[in-house]
Design a protein around this ligand. Sequence first.
Ligand code: GLC
Ligand code: GLC
Length: 810
Amino acid sequence: MKFGHFDDERREYVIEQPETPWPWINYLGNEDFFSLISNTAGGYAFYKDAKFRRLTRYRYNNVPMDNGGRYFYINDGGTVWSPGWKPVKTPLDHYECRHGLSYTTIKGAKNGLEAEVLYFVPLKSWCEVQKVKLTNTGSSSKSFKLFSFMEWCLWNAEDDQNNLQRNLSTGEVEICGSTIYHKTEYKDRRDHYAFYHANTPVQGYDTDRESFIGLYNEFSGPQAVLEGRPRNSHAHGWSPVASHYFELELAPGESKELIFLLGYVENKEEEKWESKGVINKKKALREIARFDTPEKVERAMSELRAHWDRLLGVFSVRSGDEKLDRMVNIWNQYQCMVTFNMSRSASFFEVGIGRGMGFRDSNQDLIGFVHQIPERARERIIDIASTQFEDGGAYHQYQPLTKRGNDAIGGNFNDDPLWLILSTVDYIKETGDFSLLDELVPFDNDESTAKPHFEHLKASFNHVINNLGPHGLPLIGRADWNDCLNLNCFSKDPNESFQTTENKSGSTAESLMIAGLFVVYGREYAQLCRQIGQKEEAARAERHVEKMVDAVKQHGWDGDWYLRAYDFFGNKVGSRENEEGQIFIESQGWCAMAGIGQEEGMVEKALDSVKERLDTPYGIVLNNPAFTRYVIEYGEISTYPPGYKENAGIFCHNNPWIMIGETLLGRGERAWEYYQKICPAYLEDISELHKTEPYVYAQMVAGKDAFKPGEAKNSWLTGTASWNFYAISRYILGIQPQYEGLLIDPCIPAAWKGFEVVRKFRGAVYDIKVRNPKGVSKGVASVRINGKEHAGNLLPLLPSGTHQIEVTMG
Ligand code: GLC
Ligand code: GLC
């Protein structure tokens, strides 16, 4: 069952009924100011950091679902309703939500009155614009009352929930015309305030929640709205809110537009006050003046659209399959930008207070957006590398606001360092900018330790070879990519976190996943060294990589697949010998991508085992058989019920590793089959089961052992976004940036007749037409550049302008 449809022309998903199987959300903002917005206008806004600078309050996992947002209430002759259906939930005559690229419109209609709200964060601004258009579609004139409403968060989202003994006494506001200022703690340690402004004079307002809603009422029925009478309340402590009140009248056919602005301001210490106790509003007024007419708002919207045209213009495909095209051209790239901005911090599954920027996550996310915003990718690499330790190890996370490592989350995840090689190499291949390697980058943010960025890569590489176990395989540390395979920090105490329990000392648990990862990125590192003339370093790296290949062949092969690990006690993990968890996906993916034992048929065998043991109608599960009992020495993994999360869930992030492995073997059908299985646009018709948004990937889909296989969770913030874009664009469609040019090496189902890709690369436009007359899956027979025959499938760097590239497979 579907709950809406794609409007590809406008790059929107159109939700046709408010009761989706889960709130279907969107993100507003691209730089500093961000908002999450659901299809019923739930969600919240923050400046840079969802934990430390939360502007509006939101209640996660509440009853009913999705509580708190930027709500509008209409009281039309006693009938009270909201354009987004929630919170009032009065049945609407018409409802539609359009989630577009960094904007959302929500439209509701009732009794001849239509209310359409456009929400977006303009580029280069610190505010969210809400443009409300009210239209009288009936034949007689209408008078009604409109209330806006949102609730302030007292800045630190965690403290806001916990520290009530203090917080219920600190709230402060200032009211000035139709602007409500939230200035809690501005008097002392904060140099920032927020405001909620309306461009039309108000007939009343409220700033105290209890006065507006009534202590025992709900968001769905605020007393002030029900009675059609604002209280003009002034909050002192308790819960400050912001609500504007208007009495409006519309003639038949008449429309009125009101603009609301939710903004954030920072002032220098000496400029904080206008007069004693009165905040300096200069910056707020300046921001307000930028968006105070519908024309100015429209201009900001067209700038936003142009911004997305630019970003999405770098890579686009025409394949003849509209689902594939809309995922590659619109939604998958969009999701990659959202993961760039959010990492794993704020979604409807991530509460914005737990996790900052992950070291491994952020490096991997980068391969999904580096072609769109290479300059910001460069900054991001430097930010990440600046938190690395001198021995190559890393904090697992850092805070976006401070850019400092955050050791509350634990460290010693031994895969972390290698992902820095991935992001750096990918950035240089995209841009040709080797100067990044010379950039001075500190360790652990201590400027006195700064070294050229290249030294960080060397430290990453060495970190693996300095941490080898008894089989010559990489020690796993706290865990590798699989956060829940805690081979050294298992515990029986339910009050201990798996992420931060003390690592047991003297451990020799080893990871085959890191082994494969090391072979792939160790080779990349060596190749990079050759590019910059460091031949000896390259040769040294290659020697270590070859040793690792041997170690995997010797100690990492289980007969039909690669082992997953050796545990704390030296026992095999992911082996036929185990009772449960006999085969794991991660080591199959990485050892296959590394081509370890390919000549001996290992890769093929391993991937066939994946097909046989892990594949399901909804994607590939992480391990099999699922764990049904708690295996203490494996840590968190077996705490999950079978079929969920890392315990035999379909953890979508790692499915593309198998797709890529299949393309290296030339098996285009299989790679494509796996791609389609987890790709959201192909799941739209089963939205009821799938539950999360049909336009973005979810981290996890319940596996075959679960109660409801196919049900997804954790949409939006997942490495699935970047890896699937990487798999489809670079390995299935096969358009791969290299140091010297653009490699064209597709691997597609034999039945495909071809496809077209427009790729902007190093200042030129490659207009690529791939034909497949012989019906092969892989192999390029000939290439023509602007009509001229070209030897091989590596396109050289071309001068600016558009170039016609004809590729014939065969
Ligand atoms: C989550 C984490 C990621 C980890 C994965 C597997 O998605 O963000 O870092 O690799 O889970 O455990
Ligand atoms: C839990 C989750 C895992 C995630 C980790 C991050 O272990 O199961 O997916 O990566 O938390 O802290």
